[in-house]
Design a binder for this molecule. Structure first.
Ligand code: NAP
Length: 337
């Protein structure tokens, strides 16, 4: 066995961001790397994920995941190669998915690591199209929104990791119309020209309610909400009766310092008999096998396309995270370490 590294770099949260995160809220620090204790593996991380939910973990509030601790390494999805193992289930050279990102080397409890096959898909895909965001899209559309053939589907954040997959799964499953919104004209072209959306608009070009009305003249039956705020309000207006919304994320308010107003038209829920259902991907692990089988098949056949936006090097991770919040990514934002 070649010698193990003695140190590696990891990102610590050093201050809780007020509004948008700044460079001063984070520090890249050197930490000792040790041979794994019994039941653990040492992983050299190859890719780490930056995800919107991490912004919530930077606040000191009770939520469905505990907040990051100050002066401790942050964590999140990562894939890498086992370089030392003190557990029978893993060997040096195995590739694994685990939850200790934001660092170059991770000492992972064996039961918290899942083997992945680098020959079946590029390693980074296990953080995106075949990973947590992919399952979110699959479960959120098919299970939470009770999608059925013929539904007209609107998805916000449509050029991102989750949204780009929602729109394509809706198309593949027989939606009557798929509409997406995104934050640039290039992203809008990508949705229509490459991903096969029927219509898309740039939400920065005018009121969402008007652009959605033009893009969905027959109304919508399903809204997959990644954004909240003005988008949710517009979707309530556009809904047909018995419409269903998956409330997956509200990225437009994650950096707000004041509570945002509720949708002003919430009363429409009554007359239209709408269902607004929140979701957490962790509740849908039972769909994992079906999801991987369907999505891997669609990727192989070319029916489902995906993109990644790559940042290179652990020193770029915070910029990649903030860049993702600002919309610099198309598809999944990934940091290659
Ligand atoms: P993503 O869409 O790949 O990246 C975030 C995108 O949000 C950016 O690219 C940006 O694209 C858009 N955005 C930022 N500010 C915005 C604003 N004010 N209005 C509209 N769009 C804005 O991220 P993702 O990982 O796929 O996550 C998408 C959503 O799903 C997030 O809300 C996330 O929290 C949620 N999520 C929820 C679960 C769950 O279990 N509930 C799991 C995974 C993800 P533009 O250029 O288009 O603005």
């Amino acid at each position: 066995m070649s010698a193990l590294p003695t140190t590696g770099r990891e990102w610590h949260l050093v201050a809780r961001p007020q509004g948008w995160p700044t460079a001063e809220d984070f520090a890249l620090r050197e930490a000792a790397v040790e041979a794994p204790a019994a039941g653990r593996i040492l992983v050299r991380n190859a890719f780490m994920s930056v995800d919107p939910y991490m912004r919530g973990r930077m606040n000191d509030v009770k939520s469905y995941v505990p907040p990051f601790q100050l002066d401790r390494p942050m964590d999140g999805g990562a894939v890498g190669e086992v370089i030392a193992s003190a557990d029978d289930r893993f060997q040096v050279g195995d590739h694994v998915l685990h939850g200790l990102g934001w660092r170059e080397y991770a000492s992972v409890k064996a039961e918290h690591a899942t083997k992945v096959d680098p020959d079946a898909a590029p390693l980074s895909a296990y953080l995106g199209v075949l990973g947590m965001p992919g399952l979110t899209a699959y479960a959120g559309l098919l299970e939470v929104a009770s999608f059925k053939k013929g539904d007209a589907v609107f998805v916000s954040g449509a050029a991102g990791a989750v949204g780009s997959q929602v729109g394509q799964i809706a198309r593949l499953k027989g939606a009557s119309r798929v509409i997406g919104s995104a934050g640039s004209d290039d992203k809008v072209r990508y949705l229509v020209d490459e991903l096969g959306f029927d219509a898309a608009f740039n939400y920065k070009n005018g009121p969402v309610v008007e652009q959605l009305r033009a893009a969905a003249p027959g109304g919508i039956d399903v809204y997959f909400d990644n954004v909240g705020g003005e988008h949710l309000e517009a979707a309530l207006t556009a809904f047909n009766v018995h419409g269903r919304a998956t409330i997956c994320g509200m990225i437009s308010v994650y950096n707000d310092t004041e509570a945002s107003p509720a949708p002003r038209n919430l009363a429409l829920v009554i007359g239209k008999r709408l269902r607004l259902q929140g979701m957490l991907v962790g509740d849908h692990a039972h769909l994992q096998e079906q999801f991987v089988s369907d999505v891997a098949g669609w990727v192989r056949s070319g029916d489902l396309k995906y993109r990644e936006t790559r940042a290179e090097g652990i020193d770029t991770a915070v910029d990649a995270f903030v860049g993702m919040l600002r919309g610099q990514n198309t598809g999944k934002m990934i940091v290659a370490l």
